[in-house]
Design a binder for this molecule. Structure first.
Ligand SMILES: [Zn+2]
Ligand SMILES: [Zn+2]
Length: 77
C-alpha cells in the first residue's frame, strides 16, 4: 500500500507522477493537482490544462493573460 503525500490516505491504486527527476505519489488527481498544478497569475485558479506561459508567470487562459498586460498570447484552440 502506498500513501498519498498530500492527504496521507493509504490506497492500493495510487498514481505516481514524475517531474524533474522526483516521483510523487497520490491517491487521486485532485491531490496531484493540489500538489503539482501551477496557479494562474491573474485569477489564482489551478491550471490543469496546458495554460499559457509568459516568462515565469502562468495563466489559465488568454483572457487572464490580457488582464496582466500580456497581449501576444492566444488560447491554443
Ligand atoms: Zn490524497
Ligand atoms: Zn486565470
Amino acid at each position: 500500500m502506498a500513501q498519498c503525500e498530500v492527504c496521507g490516505n493509504e490506497y492500493d491504486k495510487t498514481l505516481e507522477v514524475s517531474r524533474g527527476g522526483e516521483t510523487h505519489t497520490f491517491d487521486s488527481f485532485e491531490c496531484a493537482i493540489h500538489a503539482l498544478a501551477p496557479t494562474c497569475a491573474h485569477c489564482g485558479i489551478r491550471i490543469v490544462g496546458h495554460g499559457l506561459q509568459k516568462g515565469s508567470a502562468m495563466f489559465c487562459c488568454a483572457h487572464c493573460a490580457e488582464h496582466e498586460g500580456v497581449r501576444e498570447l492566444r488560447d491554443r484552440a
